[in-house]
Write a protein that binds this ligand. Structure first.
Ligand code: PGA
Length: 249
């Protein structure tokens, strides 16, 4: 059985005061099959990891560099994330692809470095609105999966997040049928490339305007194993009902 994952991506939001939200989340009773991951800004990782120690909440980074160390001003190495208390890292988020020109091959190199350090990678894929309107969604997703995921994927080191770019932060959500089509396609591609054992074990998350009000229906879609949540992960009062909906799914 695949584990479920409720992942929060705080993006460039949160100073010390935000740790209170994490305290509230980690105080809630845990569900044995549902993992919780919060990816705060890098400045909060060490303190966030202290807040969740002795709980079942994981802490992750939002990016790491492809190199293990060196002259890369402003960047963070995978080992540094581990050292700070992170267990996961988001890679290839569409905002990184857009703001920093990250290509599939960059994501793939970063992912291998992250795996070598022992991080679990949440690798993001997703089409733009024009790609969807041109009926290219599955081609784009297929190319991103093939190009962004290294060969050494296992059921333990990889999580895939399907995030349609046009649904992120917009309040627009694909239909359940559209989500299902892409998730089934991702599952098929993972099984074909990595074998059924690995392909069936990798959790596939949906992301893009997930809210307490739509979480239950999204989690009812086959091959949706959780969510990558931006805006609604910033407040425990919003994220907790999403976690609860996933646990109940
Ligand atoms: P959103 O962001 O939930 O605010 O749409 C999702 C994401 O970018 O991971």
């Amino acid at each position: 059985m695949r584990r479920k994952l409720a992942a929060g991506n705080w993006k460039m939001n949160g100073t010390s005061a935000a740790l209170a939200e994490l305290e509230a989340l980690s105080a809630a009773p845990a569900d044995a099959n549902t993992d919780i991951l919060i990816c705060p800004p890098a400045t909060l990782i060490t303190r966030a990891a202290q807040v969740v120690s002795d709980t079942s909440v994981y802490i992750g980074g939002q990016d790491c560099h492809a190199a293990t160390s060196g002259a890369h001003t402003g960047d963070i190495a995978a080992d540094m994330l581990i050292d700070a208390g992170a267990s996961h890292v988001i890679l290839g988020h569409s905002e990184r692809r857009e703001d920093h020109g990250e290509r599939n091959e960059d994501v793939r190199t970063k992912a291998q470095t992250a795996w070598d350090s022992g991080l679990v990678t949440v690798i993001c894929v997703g089409e733009t609105l024009s790609e969807r309107e041109a009926d290219n969604t599955l081609d784009i997703i297929g190319g991103q999966l093939a190009g962004s995921i290294p060969d050494a994927a296992t059921g333990e080191n990889l999580v895939v997040a399907y995030e349609p770019v046009w649904a992120i932060g917009t309040g627009k959500v694909p239909t359940l049928a559209q989500i299902g089509d892409v998730h089934d396609f991702i599952r098929m591609r993972l099984e074909r490339r990595f074998g059924e054992g690995v392909g069936r074990t990798v959790p596939v998350l949906y992301g893009g305007s997930v809210k307490p009000t739509n979480a239950t229906e999204i989690f009812s879609v086959s091959n949706v194993d959780g969510a990558l949540v931006g805006g609604a992960s910033l407040k425990a009062a919003d994220f907790q009902p999403i976690i609860d909906a996933l646990a109940a799914s």
